[in-house]
Write a protein that binds this ligand. Structure first.
Ligand SMILES: [Ca+2]
Length: 216
């Protein structure tokens, strides 16, 4: 019986050694379910074409195409409605704590060359409590990687308001200087290092405990 514990422990340790893929995505943040949970919106009464591809970056992605105004995606769909937003706990977050939002983005312009400079699609995240918005990140555009013509991961660090309960995610089309369709994928958060540290400590403690048991 005890001899079976070591492989089990090693397997457990392997699971807890979270890779980058340990990022926590919002529901359908990878667009694997098409447009489920997402809604498109725009200003000036315009409706940007928004399509959800069935191929490309890891099995589908969302796109926003400018149409003389601005364009956004919103998740969850019922933004601003009763109960809207994803609970902080469901994303491994706590009110008042730090958070790193992450999303993959790309310019899908003619020839897929992207702009010569400038940001790709950005992100805005809203904090809600009791069905009222309490704060938001503003429009955030991370530093462009290359020409923007390749899928890259972009991030934004924020401190969650102490009175926040839920978050609504709003991928943004690029500023007006850019004209390419923007693609989005893998929208979510990066787990805090403290989370990794606690998991590692717990795993180390469990491993030590089992090793001691074996030596008895
Ligand atoms: Ca995807």
């Amino acid at each position: 019986m005890k001899k079976k514990l070591l492989p089990l422990t090693l397997a457990l340790l392997g699971c807890l050694a979270l890779p980058a893929s340990g990022d926590i995505l919002i529901p359908n943040g990878d667009f694997s379910l098409g447009g489920t949970g997402w809604v498109a919106n725009s200003g000036l009464g315009e409706q940007p074409p928004v399509t959800f591809a069935t191929d490309g970056n890891l099995g589908g992605y969302g796109t926003v195409t400018p149409n003389g105004g601005w364009g956004i995606l919103v998740s969850p769909t019922a933004a601003g409605a009763t109960g809207a937003g994803y609970d902080l706990a469901s994303l491994g977050l706590t009110a008042g704590g730090p958070v790193t939002f992450r999303w993959d983005s790309i310019h899908l312009g003619v020839g897929n060359t992207g702009p010569s400079a400038g940001p790709v699609g950005g992100m805005k995240v809203e904090a809600w409590a009791d069905n009222v918005i309490v704060d938001n990140t503003g429009d955030q555009y991370d530093t462009l990687v290359g020409t923007g013509a390749t899928w890259e991961t972009y991030t934004y660090d924020w401190t969650i308001p102490t009175n926040a309960q839920k978050l609504i995610f709003v991928p943004l089309w690029a500023p007006s200087a850019n004209t390419a369709t923007v693609g989005f994928d893998n929208v979510g958060v990066v787990p805090e290092p403290s989370t990794y540290a606690l998991l590692a400590l717990g795993a180390a403690g469990l491993g030590a405990h089992l090793v001691r048991r074996r030596r008895r």
